[in-house]
Design a protein around this ligand. Structure first.
Ligand SMILES: [Fe+2]
Length: 169
């Protein structure tokens, strides 16, 4: 490659590589791509900590989606997936603590079982050395379809109504 550069460019020192373009330059990026899920006000359940955590879950799902769409490497994809799983565990623990502190709420056993089911499913995948980005994508979509939206309506909204009646807001 010709060493002649634009006069305004900072010359790298001898032996140094010029600053590289990002590996995905020119490829479709997060900016050019719609997120998997856009948070909408109607998803709110009216308990601040639960709504805040749901918003963060949506962001983490979208970050994982960005990795997949941008074709980032397996370590990055699995790193984002692990961040999503860690925060999911924290979120479930928050809800279950609120249940314990406020008399359980409607369908408590079922709600706790749903948390365990989803968590076991995604964790099993990330512990599997053979898992791939395609697996991560499949989990992301299942996460969205089976949990994030349905679970908010079916489990978290009745719980939140219960919590609000017990003075949590
Ligand atoms: Fe929940």
């Amino acid at each position: 490659m010709n060493a002649k550069r634009d006069a305004d460019a900072i010359e790298p020192k001898a032996g140094e590589q010029p600053t590289k373009e990002p590996a995905n330059a020119g490829a479709p990026t997060a900016r050019a791509w719609r997120p998997f899920l856009v948070w909408r006000d109607e998803f709110e359940v009216g308990v601040q900590i639960i709504d805040d955590q749901h918003r963060t879950l949506v962001e983490l799902v979208n970050e994982l989606g960005d990795d997949l769409v941008a074709g980032r490497d397996r370590d990055e994809v699995l790193g984002s997936l692990r961040a999503l799983i860690r925060f999911t565990a924290e979120h479930f623990a928050t809800e279950e603590r609120l249940m314990s502190e406020h008399g359980g709420g409607p369908g408590e056993e079922h709600h706790r079982a749903e948390h365990r089911r989803l968590f076991d499913e995604v964790r099993a995948l990330t512990l599997d050395e053979e898992s791939t980005e395609a697996d991560a994508a499949a989990v992301t979509m299942r996460f969205l379809r089976d949990w994030l939206l349905r679970h908010i309506e079916v489990e978290d909204r009745p719980l939140s109504d219960w919590l609000r009646r017990h003075g949590v807001d």
